[in-house]
Design a protein around this ligand. Structure first.
Ligand code: ZN
Length: 82
């Protein structure tokens, strides 16, 4: 057991880019809200959503509104008006 690499608060994780399929290291989201992350290989933007177990990686154009940070912002802003 080696904990030498976990000194920082933000943990990173290796995931597979949905575009170029290369492994890329991302910062773990702090909570269960979806976040945008960028591939270090092809620079594409993709969505990372933390699940109860593991992570879900989505292309923004294929993600449901619920899993899209921008879409969620818009919906939440609208509901404030009522
Ligand atoms: Zn990529």
């Amino acid at each position: 057991m080696s904990n030498s690499a976990v000194a920082t608060k933000v943990s990173s994780k290796d995931v597979q880019c949905p575009y170029c399929k290369q492994a890329t290291s991302i910062e773990m989201p702090e909570n269960y809200a979806p976040v945008y992350r960028y591939c270090t290989s092809c620079n594409a933007k993709f969505i990372v959503e933390r699940l109860a177990i593991g992570l879900q990686i989505l292309k923004p154009e294929e993600a449901p509104c619920d899993s899209d940070p921008d879409c969620r912002d818009i919906e939440m802003g609208d509901s404030d008006e009522q």
